[in-house]
Design a protein around this ligand. Structure first.
Ligand code: DON
Length: 569
């Protein structure tokens, strides 16, 4: 076995003296751990937003679990060590390519409660009250994560009890928090005070410091109920009672019936060819299932490789492609269980060729002129990538929506609820928290799933997994996955560069190119001269990438933009 491992960023966290060593798998110490950005290995790998979660995933692989088992254990661990996005009170998507050739897509997106209605966030004057769709009890959709994990477990090998135990131990005995977590929790203290009826554990007088130990007793009890009673340990019994009581105290909408009725759905994965590769991704309600094939097909016959990485020419081409895809998103995309989306046309080559007809490589396009295509027929998130020695590949993106979701913790149950209702179009044309607009296709209806951007993706080369990737980042998710794919498949970049080099984003409206701080100034100027508005913004996404080379070597890269950690053996 060959292990070469080097650490690009290393943070050592000291335990407070009172901390006791928790019963974690060998080698995992929740009071002393380091962040590892890259590992090259041969047996199996997990890359996620937190070192403890990645290492727990790998320990499950070492115990004989497969990639699905590891993905489940990693998600449960993230729900404890990464409360800003890891969750049991939110939802997500899993895309997998199993060693027997089967592809799977599991949808555990949140749903609008049964009493939700189209105009529930409009005041008497018809004004959208996005404070209500974005914060507190009313912003929460019916959580899907636990149903999703049990639906996934069917493809795993180990008992669920074994997968959830490390998370229980972390919640019960605590772990030390990183600098980024301390910063995140401190920035949300006011929101935690405002949106809770019972003081949550996340509030700390005097603020959090890196190295503080976070113990979550209520969460540990909830996880034990799930361990002992399965899905019903969340959607029924004491946990359901606590959720419904929390809703009553805070004027929320999720009812006992909503919880009992929630079901994860197995969907048909989107699979499309790209220059000899096969790309597998999540279908609707992930907009990625439409936008990624649209963007890849619009670029496929363009000379992007000869333009070079992040030249004005390549950024302009990709921007115009992104603009066209996102214009369609706003008009046509929503939950296909509720709305007839013209899926076939939107990803057909004839339609996409037509969309690119007015692309001018010398001039900035305009979102006033470029609208959604004409179709005649009717028709704080986190990502983890896992690969195992048997050849199973799993990509999971899961979310509470904003950082720490609604900021509402279910009293006595210790977990944060999502604020996913804001991913619906609360009113046509009114932007959500990511600036995205929508219309009828994504209007609120009882039991409907809100449109998502989450794009967990697997690329096959010669029918075997080659890349496993995904990222958080709201509407920037799909453009980040698009750019990471182009970086590897067209610009032949190293995996680290493909993940860490600056990203940019265009989403039709606002009509601007958002760029990261380290985006090259000279390219910025050239784009401005062509007529583009450029807006510098905070970091875009946190991409977790695994590449499996033909000789079996596994390259694993965690994004530089956070505590992301690559683990493997
Ligand atoms: O499903 C979606 O598209 C959003 N709720 C994702 C939110 C997200 O990525 C936040 N992370 N930065």
């Amino acid at each position: 076995m060959r292990i070469i491992c080097y650490t690009l960023l290393s943070v050592s966290l000291m335990a407070c003296s009172a901390a006791r060593k928790a019963g974690q798998p060998a080698g995992i110490d929740p009071y002393h751990y380091q962040i590892q950005k890259k590992i090259i290995c041969t047996q199996g790998a997990v890359v996620s937003a937190h070192p403890l979660a990645s290492e727990i995933g790998v320990s499950i692989l070492r115990q004989g679990g497969n990639a699905v088992d590891a993905a489940i254990a990693t998600q449960l661990a993230l729900a404890v060590v990464y409360p800003g996005a890891g969750n049991i009170g939110g939802g997500g998507f899993l895309v997998g390519h199993l060693s027997n050739g089967e592809t799977i897509a599991i949808d555990y997106r949140e749903k609008a409660p049964g009493h939700a209605s189209r105009d529930m966030y409009l005041d008497q004057n018809g004004q959208a009250q996005t404070n209500l769709s974005q914060n507190g009890h009313l912003s929460a959709g019916v959580p899907g994560t636990i149903a999703g994990l049990f639906a996934s477990a069917k493809y795993g090998k180990l008992p669920f009890k074994q997968l959830i135990q490390p998370a229980i131990d972390l919640a019960e005995k605590g772990f030390v928090i990183t600098e980024a977590e301390a910063r995140g929790l401190n920035a949300s203290q006011e929101a935690f005070r405002r949106y809770n009826s019972v003081t949550p554990i996340f509030i700390k007088t005097g603020g959090w410091k890196p190295g503080d130990t976070l113990v979550q007793k209520d969460l540990a009890l909830t996880l034990k109920r799930i361990r002992d009673n399965g899905q019903e340990g969340f959607y029924g019994g004491e946990t359901a009672r606590l959720i419904v009581e929390e809703m009553k105290r805070g004027n929320g909408m999720i009812s006992y019936e909503d919880l009992q009725q929630y079901q994860a759905k197995e969907r048909k994965p989107v699979i499309f060819p790209y220059k000899g590769y096969h790309i597998i991704t999540m279908p609707l309600p992930s907009s990625g299932g439409i936008l990624l094939p649209q963007m890849m097909k619009m670029i496929e016959d363009q000379p992007v490789k000869s333009y070079g990485f992040q030249t004005a020419a390549s950024v302009q081409l990709m921007t115009e492609i992104e603009r066209r895809a996102y214009a369609d998103r706003a008009k046509y995309l929503g939950d296909t269980d509720f709305y007839k989306v013209p899926v076939k046309t939107l990803i057909s080559e004839a339609y996409l060729r037509e969309r690119m007809k007015d692309y001018d490589p010398h001039k900035a396009g305009s979102s006033k002129i470029t609208q959604a295509g004409i179709i005649a027929e009717s028709e704080e998130t986190t990502h983890l990538s896992v690969y195992d020695a048997a050849g199973n590949a799993v990509a999971v993106t899961t979310t509470l929506n904003g950082g720490y979701g609604s900021h509402t913790v279910v009293g006595g149950a210790g977990f944060l609820l999502n604020n996913e209702m804001d991913d619906f179009s609360v009113k046509p044309g009114v932007p959500n928290m990511y600036g995205a607009v929508g219309a009828d296709a994504n209007a609120i209806a009882p039991g409907k799933r809100m449109l998502s951007s989450m794009t967990p993706t697997i690329v096959l080369k010669d029918r075997k997994p080659y890349l496993v990737l995904g990222t958080p980042g709201g509407t920037t998710i799909t453009t980040s996955v698009f750019q990471t794919l182009i970086n590897v498949l067209e610009f032949d970049m190293s995996t680290e560069d493909a993940v860490n080099k600056p990203k940019f984003h265009h989403q039709w409206l606002p009509d601007e190119i958002a760029v990261e701080r380290d985006f090259p100034p000279s390219v910025r100027e050239q784009l401005q001269q062509m007529g583009y508005t450029i807006n510098q913004r905070n970091p875009i996404g946190r991409t977790e990438l695994i590449r499996i080379l033909p000789n079996g070597t596994i390259e694993v890269v965690g994004d530089k933009r956070g505590d992301d950690h690559a683990a493997g053996f």
